[in-house]
Design a protein around this ligand. Structure first.
Ligand SMILES: [Zn+2]
Length: 318
């Protein structure tokens, strides 16, 4: 089985671990060996910026992008940058894992579409519009008081410009009203890169059934998040809870709506799937739960590839 994982925080993990630790082999949940062992076709690498923990978020984000490129270059026998679907095909034919560059925190744009376009030119192909703080684009789902607060005018402009450029709009972390505004404004499918189902686990980071249906109507996907609090009430991140969420999202939005967004290296260590090399455990659990091979294929890879194909452009200079 091959996988497309829509979200990991491994670049942050590497930055924290220091210059001596690299992507080839490390103690984190994602490294080249683990990606190979688990069957990665494409991995999305987030540049996560904590706005309250950072003097200059834009500069910090650019430093993280530099680290991403250094790691891809150092591991060029196994990894290659991907900007669109054609790149994934070409990398795969060369037996290389595709690395997509993403940003988790639209605040790094500093309210300026010029920064968005420059990030596109730098290779960023997905942006999570907010993290857990309000920013120039909109409001997060970290506090109940933000739930009814939607996208700002600038947030709507960002969605429009991302549609035009060929970037994937990500609503994970966004307020409920923000979700509905993206659904209204976006002319392309969009994603919740790392979120689960709220009807299964009542957490504001998860999507309601109404949202799942709307996301499905727009052709989008939800990447199943392995973080324990979003999966259930167990003490650890359990595979059976992942299967429960997958079943529910498939029942509400259809199997075409389910993808993977592990959140590896951004989540606590008590994981039944402790690193990417163990992704086969999820496949086995889905088989045991009665999913067909074609359905498992969609969850692990094909649905995300559809988004890549539909949203990303083959024109890399705009
Ligand atoms: Zn996140």
């Amino acid at each position: 089985m091959s996988f497309v994982d829509l979200h990991c925080d491994t670049i942050m993990g590497l930055m924290e671990a220091g210059a001596d630790v690299g992507l080839q082999s490390n103690q984190l949940s994602v490294d080249v060996g683990k990606l190979r062992a688990g069957g990665s076709l494409a991995q999305f690498f987030a540049l996560f910026v904590d706005m309250e923990d950072c003097q200059n978020p834009l500069e910090h984000c650019l430093k993280m992008a530099d680290r991403f490129y250094i790691e891809v270059d150092r591991n060029s026998d196994h990894l290659a940058l991907a900007l669109n679907y054609q790149d994934v095909e070409r990398n795969s034919a060369a037996n290389k894992i595709s690395a997509f560059l993403t940003i988790e925190e639209g605040g790094v744009l500093k309210g300026d579409l010029a920064n968005l376009r420059n990030f596109y030119r730098l290779g960023v192909r997905l942006i999570t519009l907010t993290w857990n703080y309000p920013n120039e684009l909109g409001f997060p789902n970290s506090k109940g008081e933000y739930r009814g607060q939607g996208l700002t005018q600038f947030g709507c402009e960002v969605v429009g410009e991302m549609n035009r450029l060929g970037m994937i709009v990500d609503v994970s972390h966004l307020s409920d009203q923000g979700f509905y505004d993206v659904a209204r404004v976006s002319t392309k499918p969009f994603v919740a890169s790392h979120s689960n189902a709220r009807a299964v686990t009542s957490h504001s980071r998860n999507l309601t059934d109404d949202m799942i249906k709307m996301l499905a109507e727009k052709g989008g996907v939800i990447g199943i998040n392995f973080a324990r609090p979003f999966l259930g009430s167990a003490d650890i991140s359990r595979i059976e809870d992942m299967v429960h969420h997958i079943k529910h999202i498939a029942a509400v939005g259809g199997i075409d709506t389910v993808a993977i967004g592990s959140d590896f290296d951004g989540i606590s260590p008590e994981l039944e799937i402790k690193d990417f090399g163990e992704m086969g455990k999820l496949v086995s659990a889905l088989e045991q739960a009665g999913f067909s091979g074609a359905q498992i294929d969609k969850v692990c890879m094909t649905n995300a590839l559809r988004i890549i194909k539909e949203c990303l452009s083959d024109d890399n200079v705009k």
